[in-house]
Design a protein around this ligand. Structure first.
Ligand SMILES: Nc1nc2c(ncn2[C@@H]2O[C@H](COP(=O)(O)OP(=O)(O)O)[C@@H](O)[C@H]2O)c(=O)[nH]1
Ligand SMILES: [Mg+2]
Length: 265
């Protein structure tokens, strides 16, 4: 386990012991992890296993809400098996009948979330669960409303992308920084911890879909004066399956960015 993760887990255990709190397993979980899936049959079991491993190293309770959009590869069947294995208090299934997109997937999952804090993460192992304890410590130490994983500051990074994909991501982030001056180094990332009330408000106010959605939520949160802090993450390109990024997404992103700049800024 990397030093920082070890440190975070130790810190979490120390806090819990100091507070003298026992965890009431029958109560609502403290953290709800919203996980949208589309064709993640191979990735989901490893991802859930890692979440379990790292959350068990903290004194906190959690649930993973899997929002599968009728993946043709049978992701939902795999999720059902995982539910049998880990329990229906830990794995909650909120499938939808068709591919309705990421923005509404979070909204859909949020309706069932019981935790006071919500973690958004991808199922493709690009977002390693080892960073979750660090996000929890950050949120508690700084009493902030949002902790966002950053690839572009504090030692965060990206592995496995070719030059084209790196250029697109960097370019998109640079353009957004230049136009919106958001005070957050990674605007397009989607590995984040939110206070539930804040996420609910940001989702209801945001109009963008697709890639611009994450950026708009962060931009609005900053404007609304919420406290945001960052944790460096190493983002690793997916090994199994395919990314949804295509030419159409890039055009949509540019349109969304201009909308935020001209209509909301
Ligand atoms: N429910 C749902 N999940 C989706 C959809 N599109 C992508 N995902 C999931 O959202 C996460 C991010 O998608 P991904 O293709 O990896 O995007 P990228 O990392 O930005 O290239 C993954 O867990 C996907 O399985 C969708 O339309 N519906
Ligand atoms: Mg991905």
């Amino acid at each position: 386990m990397p030093a920082l993760t070890r440190q975070s887990s130790a810190e979490l255990r120390r806090r819990s012991a100091a507070a003298g709190e026992g965890v009431d397993k029958s109560a609502d979980p403290q953290y709800s992890i919203l996980m949208p899936t589309y064709n993640e049959r191979e990735n989901l079991p490893i991802c859930i296993w890692l979440i379990h491993k790292y959350m068990e190293s903290t004194p906190y309770t959690y649930e993973v809400i899997v929002i599968d959009d009728a993946s043709p590869d049978g992701t939902l069947e795999v999720a059902k098996q995982l539910q049998t294995l880990y329990g229906s208090d830990k794995i909650v299934l909120r499938p939808r009948a068709g591919k309705l997109g990421l923005g509404t997937a979070y909204q859909h999952g949020l309706q069932s979330a019981r935790g006071e804090f919500i973690i958004l993460m991808d199922a493709d192992l690009s977002h390693h669960p080892k960073f979750i304890p660090q996000m929890i410590v950050k949120q508690q130490t700084e009493d902030c409303d949002i902790v966002t994983g950053t690839r572009y500051a504090l030692g965060g990074g990206v592995a496995g992308w070719d030059l084209k994909r790196k250029t697109i991501s960097r370019g998109a982030n640079f353009l957004a920084q230049f136009l919106l001056e958001p005070g957050v180094s990674d605007l397009t990332g989607s590995f984040r911890l939110y206070r539930k009330t804040v996420l609910a408000r940001m989702i209801s106010e945001s109009v963008s879909k697709g890639y611009t959605f994450q950026m708009e939520m962060m931009f609005r949160a900053r404007k609304a004066g919420y406290r945001i802090t960052e944790v460096p993450i190493s983002f690793v390109d997916r090994f199994f399956g395919e990314s949804k990024l295509g030419g159409q997404e890039i055009v949509e992103y540019a349109k969304g960015l201009l909308y935020l700049f001209f209509c909301i800024w």
